[in-house]
Every structure is written in C-alpha cells, then in structure tokens.
Design a protein around this ligand. Structure first.
Ligand code: PLP
Length: 227
C-alpha cells in the first residue's frame, strides 16, 4: 500500500517539524495508528509500513482483529473499559491507556498478577468527557507508583487525554498544556516517574506535539474517514 507509506512519511515529517518548532527532540514522539473500524488487511499494511503502536477502543472489536495481525505491533486499549470486560482486555492488550477510575487499579493489578505479567497503564485524565478528574489523578498515580502490593503488576507509563471537541484545534491547546503541567507536578514528586503524555489526534496532533505529547493517536488522517 504505497499510499499509506507516503501518508505515514508525511505525518512523521509534520510531527518532527512541530517538535522542532517547540525545541523538542522529534525522536521523543511516537505515532499510534488508531485502527477502530479499519479492516485487518489495512491494519496489516500499516504494521508492514513500520507502525508499531496500534490503538483500539473496544474489547470486542479488538478480539476479532488482534489475532489477524502479524508482526511487531503493540496493541493499546484507548476506549472506556467496563469492569466486566477487564479480564478479556488484560488477555488481549499490551497496554491500557483508559485507566479512568480508581477502582480499576486493583482489578487490573489482580488480573495482571494472575496472568503473571506486568501491564503498562496510562491514567486517562478527564477535562470534559470520560476519565479521572485531575484531583483523582494525583491519588491514582501515587498508588500506581507506590512500592506496595497494591499495584505491583501495573507499570505507569503516563497520562492520556481527549480534550473536549472544539471547532478550532487551537481550543485543545489549553487542555494539552494542563495535562503536561499535571504530569510535571507529579513527576516533581519524590519517587514518582511518569514520562509519557498520550495526546493529540488527527485534527490537533501538531498542537499536542508543541505542548509536549510523546504519543499522538491518529485515525482518520491515516486511514480516511470512518464509516
Ligand atoms: C478515535 C480516537 C482517536 C483517533 O481519532 P482521529 O480523529 O480519527 O485521529 C484517538 N484517540 C481516541 C481515544 C479515539 O477514540
């Protein structure tokens, strides 16, 4: 799929240019392909073209898709996770980015322990839609970083957010900035390390990179409009 390769290269160049504008290292920013509604052959083409991080919103859709894809891809859950689907999610995904409430910590940790693995997680911060409130995030990240049995099988990778929908991508900038500030506050606390910021989608990824994103999540701009 030469079109897809060219599109990926073009997006990579835009990410790199945004990073340089902000004085950031372009190598610090990864691109996720958001594959919801995308058919497996197209997802496979994206992996073959070099994309390594894939995002799905729904456990059920991913169950059909993950086994169909070969190659060195990591699957991240980026949609809301119902507690009764947590076991299936842990069996399927390499990382969970939608850890959006405190009670999910214990459940995911238990399931990861049963599966004898360490599960990378991102705390989803809510500014308008779903996610943990910024005040809950502090307690959640402390619990995840604490060296106690409560979360031994979870590894905090960063914070994730979806800003409220706005007509103008610039409207997302203050939310991206707040997520970075929240990350910096937490990272300034003794014993806490959270490097990642998963933010920026098709309409606003360049702004997100300027504001510190380490992982942009791209769907439409890579694969075309979803039907
Ligand atoms: C669908 C989705 C994306 C990708 O959105 P596009 O605008 O198509 O790039 C990114 N993140 C989440 C959480 C999504 O649900």
């Amino acid at each position: 799929m030469p079109d897809l390769e060219a599109r990926i290269a073009g997006l990579r160049a835009r990410i790199d240019a945004s990073a340089r504008r902000a004085g950031r290292d372009p190598g610090a920013i990864a691109m996720m392909a958001v594959t919801k509604t995308v058919d497996p052959p197209t997802v496979q083409a994206a992996v073959d073209a070099g994309l390594r991080v894939l995002g799905e919103n729904r456990v059920q859709e991913a169950e059909a898709k993950v086994p169909a894809i070969t190659g060195p891809a990591q699957w991240h859950l980026i949609g809301h996770l119902q507690s009764n689907k947590a076991r299936r999610a842990v069996a399927l995904f390499d990382a969970i980015q939608s850890l959006d409430r405190p009670d999910l910590i214990g459940r995911l940790d238990r399931l990861a322990a049963e599966a004898d693995r360490v599960l990378p997680v991102w705390v989803q911060v809510e500014f308008a839609r779903t996610g943990a409130s910024p005040s809950e995030v502090d307690a959640m990240t402390r619990r995840l970083c604490a060296d106690t049995a409560a979360s031994r099988n979870l590894q905090l990778q960063g914070l994730m957010t979806l800003p409220p929908f706005g007509e103008d991508p610039e409207e997302a900038r203050p939310y991206f900035r707040r997520l970075r500030e929240l990350r910096d506050d937490i990272a300034g606390t003794e014993g806490m390390s959270i490097p990642g910021l998963s933010m920026g989608m098709s309409a606003d990824f360049e702004i997100a990179v300027e504001e510190g994103s380490t992982l942009v999540r791209l769907g439409t701009i890579l694969f075309g409009a979803r039907t």
